[in-house]
Design a protein around this ligand. Structure first.
Ligand code: ZN
Length: 160
């Protein structure tokens, strides 16, 4: 089993400039607090029993405010991907080319993220991915995704 908290295989740009830090709002504060311990958490509406993304004060399904944070498995599938060769944000120039992807988490929400840990052109729709972490200067951790090895349930000793 791979450990989603391990990020040793992360491919970074070395001495590239720091990534622009995402802002923290009151609504997203619990999300970022969890990332400090490399925990991926999602807000769930306790009435709809559905996860919500992005974090917001009101459930878009029932307009209720009964929202609690629950751990996510950290696994998902690439829904769409593009490779950015010339980022509009100059702060990302040192990272290019990189894969910008929409990842569907197993919980059912869609993340806009980067897929790292492999050449960007190797990222394809349908690829299984898992969360990996990139430390931000302020102690938060940015969740990114990397290819996930999927083992067939009958791969070992099924023949014969
Ligand atoms: Zn709801």
């Amino acid at each position: 089993m791979s450990d989603p908290t391990q990020s040793s295989d992360r491919r970074g740009p070395g001495d590239a400039p720091q990534r622009m830090e995402p802002p923290t709002t009151d609504v997203s504060a619990p999300f970022w607090a969890a990332t400090r311990e490399q925990r991926l958490e999602l807000p769930w509406c306790t009435k709809c029993e559905e996860p919500i993304w992005c974090p917001r004060e009101v459930c878009p399904g029932c307009l209720g405010t009964s929202i609690e944070w629950r751990p996510a498995a950290g696994t998902g599938t690439v829904y769409a991907v593009t490779v950015d060769h010339k980022p509009q944000n100059p702060g990302m120039a040192g990272w290019a080319p990189y894969a910008v992807a929409l990842v569907d988490l197993d919980e059912g929400v869609r993340f806009l993220t980067n897929v790292v840990g492999c050449p960007p052109d190797d990222v394809v729709v349908g690829m299984p991915v898992e969360v990996t972490w990139e430390a931000l200067p302020d102690g938060r951790q940015l969740p990114l995704f990397r290819p996930r090895e999927v083992r067939a349930p009958d791969a070992a000793g099924a023949r014969g």
